[in-house]
Design a protein around this ligand. Structure first.
Ligand code: GLN
Length: 192
């Protein structure tokens, strides 16, 4: 399975390494021709306004929406999840985004004290806790009926799935545990 990592900003190399460790052929996607070569894509975290602007400038938003509409599996982490969200609430918007996942998110929602934190998650279908790293994370405020919540922190979804779409508000590429990447590549994308 060829899995691309959007290479405009963020932990690109870490995602490539995690994807390779679970058996995917990973490559960096920055241009349209590179997008057409992959079967699935990861959107790394970073700053969603910046990544959105770059997606717009490189004219990748419509082609990405078209690939998703065509069934391409997509996994967004943190800012990547913001870019996937149908709606944003609160004072910080993310105007250039894909809007393909039926969730409503609030950017930087955990406040100053909790800018960055870690939590041991119980994730549906995974045996044993997953140490999750959150960095200026968005909060998923609500989800549509077709969205499956796979993990929560304090009652709020932090890992969700809608068909071939996966989104986490944490950064699984920052730890050595590649089980979320494995779920994306081998369960979600593998079944698409
Ligand atoms: N705070 C960033 C945003 O709102 C997301 C942070 C991240 O991706 N770690 O875009």
């Amino acid at each position: 399975m060829k899995v691309g990592v959007l290479g405009l900003q963020g932990d690109v190399r870490e995602h490539v390494r995690a994807l390779e460790s679970v058996g995917a052929a990973a490559s960096v996607v920055k241009r349209l021709d590179q997008l057409s070569e992959v079967d699935a894509l990861v959107l790394p975290g970073g700053e969603s306004t910046t990544i959105g602007k770059l997606l717009d400038r490189y004219e990748l938003i419509e082609p990405l929406r078209a690939r998703v509409a065509d069934g391409m599996p997509l996994y967004g982490t943190c800012a990547g999840a913001i870019l996937m969200a149908r709606d944003i609430v609160g004072d910080q918007d993310a105007p250039h985004r894909l809007g393909v996942l039926d969730v409503v998110v609030r950017r930087n929602a955990y406040g100053r004290q909790l800018d960055s934190f870690e939590a041991d998650l119980g994730i549906d279908r995974l045996v044993g806790d997953f140490r999750a790293v959150f960095i200026r994370a968005p909060m998923i405020e609500s989800c549509g009926d077709d969205v499956e919540v796979l993990a929560v922190v304090d009652g709020r979804p932090v890992l969700v799935r809608q068909g071939g779409l996966l989104a986490s508000t944490f950064h699984p590429e920052m730890t050595a545990d590649a089980r979320v990447h494995d779920m994306f590549v081998n369960d979600i994308a593998g079944a698409a």
